[in-house]
Design a protein around this ligand. Structure first.
Ligand SMILES: Nc1ncnc2c1ncn2[C@@H]1O[C@H](COP(=O)(O)OP(=O)(O)OP(=O)(O)O)[C@@H](O)[C@H]1O
Length: 307
């Protein structure tokens, strides 16, 4: 599936970010320079880690998926099922036990420069300004004038123009996460790997960050692999969702559900079609429609993220 089934590059997709008074600049893909979205081909990946008494413990088993250039793929699964491990493998931060991963047709390399990773915590240098933190993401050897312009454009894109000189302690958690996103984009990655990027934010800021990510993706339609626990976030952001889980009697997680999300983004969060998919995904995560985790004592209210 291509990103054209989402709304990547859709005219007018840039919308205001309301967390601060600033607005993202209406920039096109040329301005942020992300013109190379790469496909990711994951082929028959297994990943074992040493288990008890050194015996191998399989975490991922026979994962195969092709992600097309510009596609947003969400990776869902219960805690510990191997989502981050899959992301790390795609970025060359870990090595598979078996199988291969190709980016743009060639094997992923250690700390592959074609990828950039965004984490749950913003991981900013506290003594550096927003601008200096974003500049850390620039590829080595970027000419100064070009780098300065790119950093300024990205800071505007994430709506932080008025805070460019601030230190991390002087901005909110949402702003810090936006800085982190701009730093990842500064690298001009062909593949953006996001590991629970909004997981530490409050619910309202998380919704705003989801909108921001859509804006950013419209302006710089790179390929995105997004690890999340949040079914609604996956349904709002992704072209396609894979659910990792175990098959009966087999060790290690594999792809147990794959869903192409219908409709253009931003999607109507309340649509009946998405509600149906939400139910299917929650069932795959072991949560029934009444919010009860199978095998878990019933609670009176459904927590926000019980899975
Ligand atoms: N370097 C490692 N050495 C040994 N075991 C590891 C290593 N990295 C991950 N694991 C194990 O692999 C399993 C999957 O971990 P991973 O972090 O990928 O899961 P996850 O789905 O991202 O979890 P969560 O949603 O809680 O972040 C876990 O049992 C974890 O302990």
């Amino acid at each position: 599936m291509s990103s054209s089934q989402g709304n990547a590059g859709q005219p007018g997709a840039l919308r205001a970010v309301s967390e601060s008074a600033t607005r993202p600049a209406a920039v096109g893909s040329d301005a942020v320079g992300s013109d190379a979205a790469f496909g990711v081909s994951i082929r028959s990946i297994d990943r074992d880690f040493p288990g008890e008494r050194g015996a191998p413990r399989r975490v991922l088993r026979d994962i195969t998926i092709d992600v097309t250039p510009g596609e947003v793929l969400a990776i869902l699964g219960t805690s510990g099922c191997g989502k981050s491990t899959l992301l790390r493998l795609a970025g060359g931060l870990d090595t598979a036990t078996a199988g291969s991963i190709l980016i743009d047709g060639s094997p992923v390399t250690p700390f592959d420069a074609r990828t950039a990773v965004g984490f749950q915590e913003p991981r900013l240098l506290p003594w550096r300004s927003v601008t200096q933190n974003v500049a850390l993401g620039l590829p080595r050897g970027t000419p100064k004038a070009e780098g300065d312009a790119r950093v300024a454009t990205l800071i505007d894109l994430v709506g932080l123009g008025a805070f460019a000189g601030n230190r991390p302690r002087e901005i909110s958690g949402g702003m810090a996460q936006r800085t982190s996103l701009a730093r990842a984009l500064a690298r001009n990655p062909g593949v953006l790997l996001l590991d629970e990027p909004f997981g530490a934010l409050d619910a309202l800021t998380r919704l705003k960050m989801q909108d921001l990510l859509l804006d950013v993706h419209a302006a710089a339609p790179t390929t995105v692999l997004l690890v999340t626990h949040d079914v609604d976030e996956a349904l709002q952001l992704a072209d396609r969702i894979i659910l990792l889980g175990r098959e009966d009697g087999l060790e290690g997680s594999t792809i147990i559900q794959e869903i192409v999300v219908p409709g253009r983004r931003p999607r109507d969060r309340g649509s009946a079609e998405l509600a149906e998919l939400r139910g299917r995904l929650l069932a795959g995560l072991g949560i029934d429609r009444h919010g009860e985790a199978r095998g878990v004592e019933k609670t009176t209210a459904m927590p926000a993220f019980p899975y």
